[in-house]
Design a protein around this ligand. Structure first.
Ligand code: E4P
Length: 215
């Protein structure tokens, strides 16, 4: 299981990288806007300097020509840049062209198994099903991950399933059980993965006993 952080906050990216668990970073236009980064290129260069792994950079064009123009420029920034393309018809055309050119893609905003199948056929390197946003509308996001896993295995597609829109640790644990390839999550969820009350209680006791011994 590869772990990506889902943020454009450089401090959080650095801290997660220092924990030795980070395999990549995903960003999207909302996350970049939230951090107030005015220079997208500069932000991506900084992220690439912190993390040696897949760094997803999302395009904002919605026509194939525009997506290709944006993506080709972003791909020049660093060898680890993966072009994030929306799962729409024009996006799929662009994914096919990028794939032919050897540019890696992350096909985003995937909400159905049929969309995921098309992304794989177009040559996507990663597909991003959004589990939290499905849960938000009373659909089971993890069911989608199981369906995509089954379909990709049935036909031998090598596109990696990147579970996105993760909201809590159980999304991560269930993704591992299903056999998804990558999980991207906010820093808060990464912190939650490391946390256990019995660890804290146990550590407090060890330290208190040690103090008694040495007093
Ligand atoms: C990552 O690639 C997605 O853009 C992100 O996980 C979406 O998360 P959200 O549904 O919490 O905005």
């Amino acid at each position: 299981m590869r772990i990506f952080i889902d943020t454009a906050n450089l401090k959080e990216i650095k801290e997660a990288a220092d924990m030795g668990l980070l395999d990549g970073v995903t960003t999207n236009p909302s996350l970049v806007a939230k951090e107030g980064h005015k220079n997208f290129r500069d932000m991506l260069e900084k992220i690439c300097a912190i993390v040696d792994g897949d760094i997803s950079a999302e395009v904002v064009s919605t026509d194939c020509e525009g997506i290709l123009k944006e993506g080709r420029e972003l791909a020049k920034i660093h060898k680890n840049i993966v072009i994030k393309v929306p799962l729409i018809k024009e996006g799929l055309k662009a994914v096919k062209a990028f794939s032919d050119e050897g540019i890696k893609t992350n096909v985003t905003l995937c909400f159905s198994p049929s969309q995921a199948l098309l992304a794989a056929k177009a040559g996507a390197y990663l597909v991003s099903p959004f589990v939290g946003r499905l849960d938000d509308i009373s659909l089971n996001g993890m069911d989608l991950i199981s369906q995509i896993r089954q379909i990709y295995d049935n036909y031998g597609y090598t596109t990696q399933i990147l579970v996105a829109s993760i909201r809590h640790p159980m999304h991560f644990v269930d993704s591992c059980m299903i056999g998804a390839d990558v999980c991207t999550m906010p820093f808060k969820v990464i912190e939650q993965l490391a946390k256990h009350p019995l660890t804290d209680i146990g550590l407090d006791k060890f330290l208190a006993d040690w103090k008694k011994l040495n007093s």
